[in-house]
Design a protein around this ligand. Structure first.
Ligand code: UT7
Length: 341
């Protein structure tokens, strides 16, 4: 293989899968739990309902998403080389959720690790996984975003409990058979000065669990929504515009914006900056709320399954979240759904 060819090897997403729990928590259910209304939640966020897992953990949802992906691609789990799990709700600190997933799906030849990038976790993990394909190290890398946000949500806090839900979704990365297809470019950022605005204070090495941390409710997430909104609305639009400009693309060249689903108003601002028609945005926040690392692959999987996402489509994946972390990935989609021509 020539050096030139080596340099052109790209990672392509060749299969998708997802899992959402059956239990629905609607805005009307939340009206009975905290001082809120369906109208407030819908108009401020775009969310109507979210899913809650009743039995099981982050690894169980991730395993189910990967099992769907394996069936879609028609491969054996033993072909998987690496599993990268993006999550902020690991089953436990250690072993990694990736190890638990590896065992649950029976991927005997795979190793894996967890990656903590909050709402940008999936795109961080996607770019990380792609490096192993582009370097020629591996042929099949699974990247899964899975979060059981209900495990760290305070259902007496109306500022946050209306926002989050549980889900998992996965993609398979393989070497692209055509260098024009696959993961084309990325821009990733972080800024730790954002930490105090969206975080979980207790449970880690800074504030290990004690009776006091439990009494002070330090094991659920805290968000200063207004502060995060202000930076997210600019940050996600800026990075999406940046990746378009760097690749000489205008709104007409983009088939879909695949945004992190935190707030419909943030998504709309990003879409407008990119000069896109509303029909060119993948939105499922109404059904699932913010599922953190799962939002972007969940969109990809749902749109592929119904046949709306097709080979040749140009996508911008874009996110902003805790850290702060943010970024965008440019993808030329490479796989049709044979059941949905
Ligand atoms: O995914 C990770 C990144 N996260 C984000 O991108 C989230 C960014 N932030 C947001 O999406 C929005 O800030 C929220 C949806 C969290 C909040 O919307 P907002 O328009 O920024 O509302 P606010 O926090 O400024 O609150 C406005 C009012 C307040 O009352 P006062 O002070 O004006 O009397 C809140 O107390 O709405 C009140 N409020 C509620 N009312 C009914 C806050 N939560 C609720 C609620 N129901 N659930």
């Amino acid at each position: 293989m020539s050096t030139e060819h080596e340099m052109r090897r790209r990672a392509a997403i060749t299969a998708v899968g997802h899992y959402v729990p059956d239990k629905i928590l609607s805005n009307f259910d939340l009206e009975k739990m905290v001082a809120t209304t369906d109208e407030w939640i819908r108009t401020r966020t775009g969310i109507r309902e979210r899913r809650i897992i009743e039995h099981g953990a982050t690894s169980d949802m991730a395993a189910k998403a990967i099992e769907m992906l394996i069936v879609n691609r028609g491969i054996s789990v033993e072909e998987i080389d690496l599993i990268v799990v993006a999550t902020v709700t690991p089953d436990m600190f250690f072993p990694s959720t990736a190890c638990l997933v590896q065992q649950k799906i029976g991927a005997k030849k795979a190793w894996g690790f967890d990656l903590s990038g909050a709402c940008s976790g999936f795109i961080y993990a996607l770019v990380t996984g792609a490096q192993f394909i582009e370097a020629g190290t591996y042929k099949k890398v699974v990247v899964v975003g899975s979060d059981k946000m209900s495990a760290i949500t305070d259902y007496s806090d109306r500022n946050t409990c209306i926002l989050f839900g549980d889900a998992a979704a996965a993609v398979l990365l393989e070497p692209s058979n055509d260098p024009a297809f696959g993961i084309i470019d990325h821009r990733l950022y972080s800024d730790g000065s954002g930490a105090p605005y969206l975080y979980m204070k207790g449970g880690g090495s800074l504030n290990p669990p004690t009776h006091e941390t439990v009494d002070k409710n330090m094991h659920t997430l805290y968000q200063d929504g207004k502060a995060v909104f202000k930076v997210a609305v600019i940050g996600m639009a800026d990075v999406s515009e940046e990746i378009m400009k760097a690749n000489n693309l205008t709104g007409k060249d983009i088939d879909y914006l695949v945004p992190h689903q935190a707030n419909l108003r943030i998504i709309d601002a990003c879409r407008e900056r990119m000069g896109l028609d509303p029909s060119k945005v993948m939105i499922n926040i109404d059904k699932y709320g913010n599922t953190t690392a799962a939002t972007i692959p969940l969109c990809l999987s749902e749109w592929w399954h119904c046949g709306k996402l097709k080979r040749g489509h140009t996508l911008v994946l874009s996110s902003f979240g805790a850290g702060y972390t943010w970024g965008a990935v440019l993808v030329k989609w490479s796989v049709n759904n044979p059941n949905k021509p």
